[in-house]
Design a protein. Structure first.
Length: 294
């Protein structure tokens, strides 16, 4: 079986590049996970702002630290956890494996990238709750609504009082969102909301929750988490959202958010923990936006 046929038979998303990192094959599973069709991709270079791989530290890998380029140079297999850019604008967490090889047919060095979508387990989990979530989700963004988030904060407080299970709240607000609507229109504003919420949704754990709390305001509940990891998670989300590009007729639109983090203490009520996170979010805005304050 030749390599093209083999890649076409894989269940995992995969693509192949030549020694110049020009994409020469893109399988059906890659289309599903990234949103890009093969005819949009083949012939382009992998560094042409397509998948825009970002490392867990925010490094843009297409031009610096590319696992594929390293495999082509060193002839070694590489593995890495990265975040790729979906065609609709949000970030998807994947584990990539890059494999170099020598093509005996055209006598050239090439490499394959196979990537695993970390959302598979989440999808199965959410399918089991599909009927319930029709009542408790926000129609536009698909994340939880305010009523459900309020209920979950009450539940977390009860768990803390009964079992001493810690939790934290992130209050997230999209920076300059009114200007986005006024300048580009509400259709683009809706695309920004979806891109931000989907980026958050696929980059938190299954036991955590994200909900739309207001127009461009969101709350994330992170269960069983330390204060340090609460901040680290918020900073990761801020960094991933900062890397978003939402397509408009005028070109790509960048997005940033300001985040306030509140770690639960036993003297706080639901209203107080949300208010504290909200106040810290406003401090982030007043100190320059695109920041996390805890």
């Amino acid at each position: 079986m030749d390599i093209i046929k083999l890649l076409g038979e894989l269940y995992e998303p995969a693509y192949m590049v030549d020694e110049d990192r020009r994409i020469v094959f893109w399988n059906k599973q890659a289309e599903v996970v990234t949103g890009y069709k093969a005819e949009e991709i083949i012939g382009r270079h992998c560094y042409d702002n397509i998948l825009r791989h970002v490392s867990t530290t925010g490094q843009r890998l297409c031009h610096e630290g590319c696992p594929l380029q390293d495999s082509l140079n060193t002839k070694k297999v590489n593995e890495a956890q990265v975040f790729l850019h979906h065609k609709k604008g949000f970030r998807v967490p994947v584990r990539v494996r890059t494999i170099p090889f020598y093509d005996d047919v055209d006598k050239k060095h090439k490499a394959i990238e196979v990537f695993t979508d970390f959302r598979d387990e989440r999808t199965l989990y959410l399918e089991n709750k599909e009927l319930q979530e029709k009542v408790i989700t926000d129609t536009l963004t698909g994340v939880y609504n305010r009523a459900f988030i309020d209920y979950q904060i009450d539940t977390c407080i009860h768990e803390f009082n009964a079992f001493n299970i810690s939790f934290g709240v992130l209050f997230i607000d999209i920076d300059h969102f009114k200007k986005v609507n006024d300048t580009f229109g509400h259709d683009i504003g809706d695309k920004v909301l979806v891109a931000v919420t989907q980026t958050i949704k696929v980059n938190i754990r299954m036991e955590d929750f994200v909900g739309r709390y207001g127009g461009e305001e969101f709350i994330v509940i992170l269960r069983n988490i330390s204060k340090e990891n609460l901040y680290n998670t918020a900073e990761k989300l801020r960094m991933l959202i900062q890397g978003l590009d939402v397509e408009t007729k005028r070109g790509n639109l960048g997005v940033t958010v300001s985040i306030g983090c509140s770690h639960y203490g036993e003297t706080l009520s639901k209203q107080e923990i949300v208010k504290r996170a909200d106040e810290l979010m406003y401090q982030a805005k007043e100190s320059g936006r695109n920041k996390v304050i805890i």
